[in-house]
Design a protein around this ligand. Structure first.
Ligand code: ATR
Length: 279
């Protein structure tokens, strides 16, 4: 890729950042749409975050993605924060706007939802309760997205109950907290099951859950994408449920940033999935 003097610049800020798939993902789109621009990994230590962001802005960057451990700092630093980022309390996308202000957005919940409806177009958010496993940062974004999409009841269960209670108190969403030991009973009558924990990820413990009580019409999703077919998705498929894997959440959450910085709403398709997974 040969850049001109007018090339548009963006990147991903993290510490560490070497594991990030975002440069590969955005690089694929830049190439596909033949855009005069680049997207680079930016390893920035927490104490240098604010200074680095202002430096990128001064250097003419269009913005950046923000990953661990900077997601909360990104909200504090921004001049303008979107409603969804405020609700989630963390940002993953910064846009340096033409008036000089810094906009912070959180597109994780958007990416989650877009992935669900692309993978299961007939699934209806308002058709029944959703069971959410886990109460970390990903769960927070997902719950906000589910509530916004009209899910009537969110059964939230987490190993550490206190974290689930905290989310239920903090979020304006129809959450019922369920004990981790009662997660299987919570599946009765549900319309969606989503795993936001790290269980099932390569190198982690498997997710132990019996799907006996779950309707076969329910949709099952895992945000873990390594492996792509987690033990939960395999079990759900064998049970007769439709399943949506987790890689699409990563791909779709990147779209709003790409559009804001480079001026094109990019497509998430099989070619992109294969390319990002081949890494
Ligand atoms: P993120 O912000 O990316 O969601 P996180 O905050 O580390 O990540 O959350 C990881 C989730 O996986 C949590 O819900 C965690 O449960 P705890 O709150 O009890 O820690 C869950 N998790 C991780 N290992 C687990 C295990 N062995 N059994 C059950 N839940 C587990």
């Amino acid at each position: 890729m040969i850049l001109s003097g007018k090339a548009k610049l963006a990147g991903v800020i993290g510490w560490p950042v070497s594991h990030s798939k975002s440069p590969r993902l955005h690089g694929f789109w830049l190439n596909k749409y033949d855009i005069d621009g680049t997207y680079v990994p930016l390893a920035i230590e927490p104490e240098n975050f604010d200074e680095a962001v202002h430096g990128l802005k001064l250097a003419g960057f269009k913005g950046a993605n923000v990953t661990v451990p900077h997601k909360e700092a990104a909200i504090k630093l921004a001049d303008v924060v979107t409603d969804r980022a405020l609700k989630i309390g963390a940002a993953n996308t910064l846009v340096f706007q033409s008036d000089g202000s810094i906009l912070a957005d959180n597109t994780d919940g958007y990416g989650f939802y877009e992935n669900l409806i692309q993978g299961a177009p007939n699934w209806k958010a308002d058709a029944g309760p959703a069971v959410v496993l886990g109460a970390g940062g990903a769960a927070r974004a997902i719950i906000v997205a589910l509530a916004e999409a009209g899910v009537p009841e969110i059964r939230l269960t987490n190993r550490t109950r206190l974290r689930a209670d905290k989310l239920a108190n903090e979020l304006d969403a129809p959450i019922t907290v369920v004990e981790w030991s009662e997660r299987e009973e919570a599946l009765a009558g549900c319309n969606l099951l989503t795993n936001t924990t790290t269980l099932g990820m390569t190198g982690q413990n498997l997710l132990e859950i019996d799907l006996f009580d779950m309707p076969k019409a329910a949709l099952v999703n895992d945000i873990v994408y390594a492996p792509l077919m987690t033990n939960l998705l395999e079990k759900a498929h064998a049970h007769g449920c439709d399943v949506v894997d987790g890689i699409g959440m990563l791909l779709h959450q990147a779209r709003p940033g790409f559009n804001a910085w480079f001026g094109t709403d990019p497509v998430v398709d099989q070619e992109l999935r294969d390319f990002v997974l081949a890494d």
